[in-house]
Design a protein around this ligand. Structure first.
Ligand SMILES: [Zn+2]
Length: 87
C-alpha cells in the first residue's frame, strides 16, 4: 500500500497549517494577485480567510510578500476576491 503524502502549507493570514489542496497558491504580479506561475515568490491563503477575513487584514498579511502600499494591496485583494467569488 502506498501512503499518500499530503503536504501542509501555512496560510499567511490565519497562520494555520493546512493541506495544500485547501489553499490557494498565489503571487503578486503587475499589481494584481494571480495564481502562482511557478516563477518568483508565492504565498498561500486558505479559502476561509479569503471569504471571511476583511480586506484590510488580508492586505496587512500581504505586505511582507508584495511590495505595494497598503491601499493598493486592499484594492488587489478586492479585485481578486471579486474574480474568484463572483466570477
Ligand atoms: Zn487562513
Amino acid at each position: 500500500m502506498v501512503m499518500k503524502h499530503t503536504p501542509f502549507r501555512m496560510c499567511i493570514s490565519c497562520k494555520e497549517r493546512i493541506e495544500q489542496n485547501k489553499l490557494l497558491r498565489l503571487q503578486c504580479k503587475n499589481r494584481e494577485i494571480t495564481p502562482y506561475s511557478y516563477e518568483g515568490r508565492s504565498f498561500y491563503f486558505c479559502k476561509d480567510c479569503l471569504k471571511n477575513t476583511k480586506e484590510d487584514k488580508l492586505a496587512k498579511s500581504l505586505q511582507r510578500y508584495c511590495k505595494q502600499d497598503k491601499n493598493n494591496l486592499i484594492k488587489m485583494v478586492e479585485t481578486y476576491k471579486e474574480k474568484i467569488f463572483n466570477g
